[in-house]
Design a protein around this ligand. Structure first.
Ligand SMILES: [Cu+2]
Length: 660
């Protein structure tokens, strides 16, 4: 396999000789992270205050909360003032134009109190004609594929020549990540729908396969361009988030902006003793007000000089080549008398070169000399974060994806994979007023495989992606009633108990079966006589054969994971790839049982993984064991949350209960 990251790894391995911890290496030159036409070093840092998304307005009825939420396109000042605005998409409350913001306003839910959301796809212009995607959609993946019509939707289409990006109307379906809800409200990847635009081309499918199936099965009467989903919130108080989940284009729909926090409070699994820093902003509150509980969504993005978002429009970007250097005829080729199975636009991973926090590049937050509760979300497409305060201030982690940990954990750094959340308290009480603290990132600017920054991998560029945001400490405006974090009494965890079944699954990478290449003067060229396959072409989930070999499977292969309704299962995730993958199982919050190297002994979960989680890092060459109870029947998915992987086959349906 020849790919840029493999070449880089080879170079590092042969060139390094001695492994020197990063902090002692002097004058280390960081290569610029490739991106758009805007140099990230030209973006002034810490110019703009952090936006703190207020709560989403809704109708708060006696027994439920109702929301009408649309996805729209608009412009936002993501780069510092004086630089151009950026066209983005995000959610907002229909009828409250001021609530459309990237990231979206926070849905504040109460335990056991249902929330109903009508999710509207309003990616149309003022005349009601559809808006094309603002990013390059690769139409050769197994994707929603509206142009395929009813017969060809949710399929991998065939092409007779290499196609350009898809520019038609955009499918949307929203998933509340971590929500315990029925199948028809889960945002199944084939339950997408186009906007109700007046110019949808004839023959296009307007809805995905499962939009129609769920609409009929549950007699929803969903109208074109919208779907009503219901969330019972009968799960532990926690930090969820919502984002798009359309088949084969989630990476682009999320990168374009639509994402927001969804918090559940109250119930038996909320704080058991003590006072947490608060409040968080409510409906109608000022996004720059004084709050002591703050959600912080960290994302990497690249920009063009005109302020637009940059996302690669050719596979050559990933290889570090000019498109003219990647001499691989894509679909199809007769150069070697074989069709190509390499998607021309899709990139296996993407790393932005600027850090965006709550919708602004490198913002600052003024904090008082007191305690704060930060709910961190890694909202990046591919990037693993390793966060540290540059003055050594610790994080007290109190929660993860599935609510509170059994006890607070003091940490000097936070490792957060894409889609994971860390609910932490930071105590600025004894930091001198006037201090400026940088929240740093030591995760790599390339795929993560575990290990220590500077030892096992190069940390991110300290001038750009190595910095996230700034805290400016000022004196406290009043006394702090919150409990010192290590004195908090967190709710007890009720373990899931013994498992009814153990299931073995696998993570795999796929190389081309038809395109073979060699490297010539820095170019990757087609070579019919070569035995080096071009790759990776996709990442795959799968099962295991007897004898411990993987059996990779694709999205369309028959369902192999079919837990009984109410069953508790251990899933043993065998990672045969070279990279760590954040694995997300829909519907459930699971326990992390342990991890075990293929040829080693099992070791326990990390201290911050001792509660419940919905996303877990599966390291290369290891078995990661999780345990979950599957208590709602129906069709769900499990997938990698590197969204580039998820979009290209690293997602599988699973079914709970008797299959229809
Ligand atoms: Cu992955």
């Amino acid at each position: 396999m020849l790919s840029r990251r493999r070449l880089l790894k080879l170079g590092a391995a042969t060139g390094a000789g001695l492994l020197v911890p990063w902090r002692f290496s002097v004058g280390r030159a960081y290569a610029a992270i490739p991106g758009g036409s805007l140099d990230p070093r030209s973006i002034s840092k810490y110019q703009m205050p952090l936006i703190i998304p207020p709560a989403m307005p809704g109708k708060f009825l006696k027994k439920m909360d109702q929301y009408m939420i649309a996805v729209r396109q608009f412009q936002q000042q993501i780069l510092p003032g004086g630089m151009p605005m950026t066209t983005v998409w995000s959610y907002g409350s229909v009828g409250h134009p001021g609530t459309f913001n990237y990231p979206a306003f926070t849905i504040e839910a109460r335990w056991n109190r249902p929330v109903q959301v009508v999710w509207r796809n309003e990616l149309v212009d003022a005349k009601g004609t559809y808006l094309p995607h603002i990013l390059p959609v690769d139409p050769t993946l197994h994707w929603a594929n509206p142009p395929g019509g009813i017969a060809g939707r949710d399929m991998r289409p065939m092409f007779s020549a290499t196609p350009g990006p898809y520019t038609g109307p955009v499918p949307i379906v929203t998933h509340v990540h971590g929500a315990h809800t029925r199948e028809d409200s889960d945002g199944y990847a084939e339950a997408w729908y186009l906007p109700d635009a007046k110019n949808i081309p004839a023959g296009y499918a307007r809805t995905g396969t499962y939009f129609d199936i769920f609409n009929a099965k549950y007699e929803h009467g969903w109208e074109p361009g919208a779907a009503a989903f219901k969330y019972p919130n009968n799960q532990r108080a926690t930090t969820l988030w919502y984002h798009d989940h359309s088949l084969g284009m989630t990476r682009l729909n999320v990168y374009a902006g639509p994402a927001g926090f969804y918090l559940i409070r109250g119930g038996p699994d909320d704080l058991a003793g003590g006072v947490l820093p608060g409040p968080a902003p409510g409906v109608g509150d000022n996004p720059f007000g004084t709050y002591y509980e703050i959600p912080i969504a960290i994302q990497d993005r690249s920009f063009n000089a005109d302020g637009s978002l940059f996302y690669p429009d050719t596979r050559a970007f990933f290889e570090g080549l000019d498109p003219t250097q990647l001499q691989i005829p894509f679909i199809p080729t007769d150069a070697c008398d074989r069709p190509s199975d390499v998607s021309p636009i899709w990139n296996p991973e993407f790393f932005g070169n600027a850090m965006v926090v709550n919708g602004r590049t490198w913002p600052y937050l003024e904090v008082e000399q007191r305690r704060y509760r930060f709910r961190f979300l890694n909202g990046c497409n591919s990037r693993f974060l390793i966060l540290k305060m540059d003055n050594g201030l610790p994080f007290y982690q109190i929660g993860a994806e599935g609510g509170f940990l059994p006890e607070p954990v003091m940490l000097n750094e936070l490792l957060i994979a894409p889609a994971e959340r860390a609910d932490v308290i930071v105590d600025f009480t004894n930091v001198l007023a006037g201090t400026e603290i940088i929240l740093q990132n030591f995760g790599p600017d390339e795929p993560f495989g575990g290990g220590t920054p500077g030892v096992d991998f190069d940390p991110s560029d300290p001038d750009t992606t190595g910095q996230v945001m700034q805290f400016r400490v000022v004196s406290a405006s009043g006394s702090d009633p919150s409990t010192p974090p290590m004195d908090l009494v967190l709710p007890a965890i009720t373990p899931l108990g013994s498992a009814d079944n153990t299931r073995v699954v696998s993570l795999n990478e796929e190389e081309s079966k038809t395109v073979f290449v060699t490297e010539q003067d820095g170019n990757i060229v087609l070579d019919c006589s070569s035995t080096t396959p071009f790759g990776p072409t996709a990442a795959l989930l799968g099962t295991m054969n007897g004898g411990g070999t993987p059996n990779p499977l694709k999205w369309m292969d028959e369902i192999t994971e079919n837990p009984a309704l109410g069953a508790t299962e251990v899933w043993e995730i065998h990672n045969f790839t070279e990279d760590a993958h954040p694995i997300h199982v829909h519907l459930v919050q699971f326990e992390v049982v342990n991890r075990q190297p293929f040829d080693g002994t099992a070791y326990g979960p990390e201290p911050w993984e001792t509660g419940f989680k919905d996303t877990v890092i599966a390291y290369p060459g290891e078995i990661t064991r999780i345990k979950a109870r599957f208590d709602v029947g129906g069709l769900y998915v499990w997938h990698c949350h590197i969204v580039e992987h998820e979009d290209n086959e690293m997602m599988r349906p699973y079914f709970i209960g008797p299959m229809p």
